[in-house]
Design a protein around this ligand. Sequence first.
Ligand SMILES: [Zn+2]
Length: 149
Amino acid sequence: MTRRCDRNRKRSKRRGVYCPIHGCYLDSISRKYSLFADKPEHLQQRGMKRLSALTLIQSYTAIPLTGEWLEDFWCQECQETTWYHVCRYENPQLQGGKYHYKLSPAPESLWRQASGVIQPGGNPSVGEFTRRAARNINYQGVRGFRLIG
Ligand SMILES: [Zn+2]
């Protein structure tokens, strides 16, 4: 569940999150903003078959994207903060932690799929989307559903 991550904010241990430019440790300076799929295409981009994607979106309106979120990081080398789209993968070798992370600069469009967002310059549609998503998601109903990728 993505919820667990939000509660676990006091992290003493650094995760294996590195600057994609410098390869140095990044310091998280924000919470994680969970991502949702609210269009079948979002699920298809992640390897789901079109029919399954259509069915899920029709049933639930929004589907939590497990293992993906937006997070703000400070890089000492860059001397700046960057919002990254983080994808967490299971680490099959178990070297350097249970997971490894892929970071790419978060495109503006992705903010429309984020929950609980306060973005500088704000996106008014996000609040509405979040409320809608919160109303419609039945976590029980999508438990056991796993995104491929
Ligand atoms: Zn850097």
